[in-house]
Design a protein around this ligand. Structure first.
Ligand SMILES: Nc1nc2c(ncn2[C@@H]2O[C@H](COP(=O)(O)OP(=O)(O)OP(=O)(O)O)[C@@H](O)[C@H]2O)c(=O)[nH]1
Ligand SMILES: [Mg+2]
Length: 371
């Protein structure tokens, strides 16, 4: 009589022998049941899990886009900036590109900028009145002011189109039809450089932390371009003290509680910022006030000081973010991440070439806000 134990061993023996026999005689069976295949399946499952994890962080997206204001003639420089942005960041994150111009973009511009990204691209025409000098400006006075600036060798002092651009960036781009569904933007200019890999989504950093303005470089403005900007601003604040939160960033703009402007501003050729903030009543009213004063044409007010003053006054200081880990260059200055941030981002800039604490930088004024 067979004991039950012997019976089990016999059946197992038959199964194993059959398995080996089938493995040698039937290739498909062997492949389907081999140990290494089980190992493969296991590692694939793990890979899916970790990539799902990655996707779960990257799938969550902000309503955001890159915004590029450019002329058709800027094409090469735009492609160069875009390619770097794509390689350093956007290949992984897939944010759309929005291009704006007061003239229609050429087919060549559209074709080549579409080719350099896998993300969507759209091309907007700027409404006439958002761009060109308004009729309310006294042209004789504006002409004289430009001539004086040329004489004084103020950079772009004689240019009307530069003034149009500064006014447009100050008060109109965020109203463009193509941007209406977006909440955040990253401004990209032609011929800039992005030095480091970015493996997180800065738009989500802005959104999740209720930030309104992100920068990498800050510096002093040329005083010849803004003789009356601060007085005009002070008049506005006097009329609307209710627009200033108690914990605003006035300390970045002034060393004497707002009496005089120290000319510090964030360099607006790089901005990761909130569109809704520019669309809010305090900033819109502020822009309107400045526009009525005419300083975009009678002087040469830049969008950088206008954005910076508006944000510093009408947002709280905690709503600014210094993107210390984003290596960036717009001639002639660059921010190059230091220490661990440099290696983490695999940056290719030389850390010793860094504007942060140069005498013309305003980073120390920004940091002093939090001391
Ligand atoms: N469509 C259009 N875009 C312009 C015009 N002027 C400047 N821009 C764009 O506006 C942005 C700022 O102009 P820039 O010429 O770069 O001004 P900047 O950064 O102060 O000066 P540099 O870069 O040093 O020349 C860039 O994205 C330009 O491509 C213009 O007349 N039309
Ligand atoms: Mg530029």
């Amino acid at each position: 009589m067979m004991t039950p134990m012997r019976y089990v061993v016999l059946v197992l023996g038959i199964i194993i022998s059959l398995h080996y026999l089938l493995s040698f005689t039937h290739e498909e069976y062997g492949r389907a049941t081999s140990l290494s295949r089980f190992k493969d399946t296991l590692s694939k499952t793990q890979a899916t899990t970790s990539s799902q994890h990655q996707n779960s962080t990257t799938n969550r997206k902000a309503k955001a886009a890159f915004v590029v204001l450019a002329r058709n003639g800027d094409l090469e420089g735009v492609l160069s900036s875009m390619k770097q942005m794509e390689d350093r960041f956007n290949k992984k994150f897939d944010y759309p590109w929005v291009f704006l111009n007061e003239e229609p973009f050429t087919d060549e511009f559209k074709k080549l900028t579409t080719e350099v990204t896998q993300s969507s691209t759209s091309y907007g025409l700027i409404p006439h009145d958002h761009w060109y000098q308004p009729d309310s400006i006294d042209e004789e006075r504006a002409t004289k002011a430009r001539a004086k600036m040329v004489e004084d060798r103020v950079i772009y002092g004689g240019s009307v189109s530069y003034r149009n651009m500064c006014r447009y960036n100050s008060g109109f781009f965020y109203r463009h039809e193509l941007l209406k569904d977006y909440e955040f933007y990253w401004r990209v200019e032609p011929n800039v450089r992005f030095f480091c890999d970015l493996d997180y989504d800065p738009f989500l950093v802005m959104q999740d932390n209720n930030k309104v303005y992100g920068f990498t470089v800050s510096l002093f403005e040329y005083k010849e371009t803004i003789p009356t900007l601060w007085d005009t601003t002070k008049q506005f604040i006097k009329e609307h003290p209710e627009y200033l939160p108690a914990d605003n960033a006035m300390g970045f703009l002034s060393e004497d509680g707002g009496e005089t402007y120290n000319r510090c501003h964030f360099w607006s050729n790089f901005e990761i910022a909130s569109l809704n903030f520019w669309r809010s009543e305090p900033y819109m009213k502020y822009f309107e006030y400045l526009d009525n004063a005419g300083g975009f044409y009678y002087e040469r007010w830049g969008d950088a000081p206008v954005h910076s003053i508006g944000a510093a006054l009408f947002a709280s200081k905690d709503q600014f973010h210094y993107f210390e880990d984003i290596g960036y260059r717009h001639e002639p200055f660059q921010h190059c991440p230091q220490g661990e941030l440099h290696s983490k981002g695999k940056c290719w800039c030389n850390p010793s070439e860094n504007f942060d604490y140069e005498w013309y930088s305003c980073l120390k004024q920004f940091e002093a806000l939090f001391k």
